[in-house]
Write a protein that binds this ligand. Sequence first.
Ligand SMILES: [Zn+2]
Ligand SMILES: [Zn+2]
Length: 248
Amino acid sequence: MQLRLLLDAALDFIYPRIYCVCCGERLEKRAVHGICDNCCEAMPFIHDPRCHVCGKPAPEESETCPECRYHNHEYDRALAVFEYSATIRELIHRFKYNKEYTLSRTFGYFMTELLMECGWTADMIIPVPLHKNRLKSRGFNQSALLGDYLSQRINIPCEEDILIRSIDTKTQTGFHRQDRLKNLKNAFTVICPEKVEGRNILLVDDVHTTGATVDSCSKELRRAGAGNIYVITAAAVLSDLATGRRRQ
Ligand SMILES: [Zn+2]
Ligand SMILES: [Zn+2]
């Protein structure tokens, strides 16, 4: 833990938060999340009322959203900070593919704020794993970086060796929920079931799309005897049903 804090302090030294990660403007004051006031105001935060299951916008608080009325989730509750808008898509792309690791602290900061508001009590953080082939080609797991950051901030251990991705699945982009679920069938394995039995889990991922990925992880954790399963992501893709928009 101390080593991680030291690394974070070193990161702060190497990449001081001087410029806004969105517009590049010089930050007036030290902003831990690295976003200037103007950009922060324009960020697509998801606000209440939210669906009490998936955390996406719902007509009223404690109601289920149109999506969750059609299908059940394997997890108990999920929350996301941002709507997956063009701005967020770009930031996540920079984080994952341009290796701008420091963005884990931008997303992690807002994810921590949300976690502090919702009052979930979890025993451990489990980041959605990448298959070892993907890990090798990308060099890092973006969800594990987010999990590490949250672990430091909320003081819950982040466990990266309990849930593994045992099958190297095809990319899910463009798939609908049913196809995603089929694609992910048996993709995840809990390798130490005794460590999750009766424990409340906080699953961490970058984007909640249809929920198929976190549902597949939750199913395996459930099978291993996990207690409550919560999901936190930096962003959520809102469905056409929720927004009344047509997806491009
Ligand atoms: Zn800005
Ligand atoms: Zn929902």
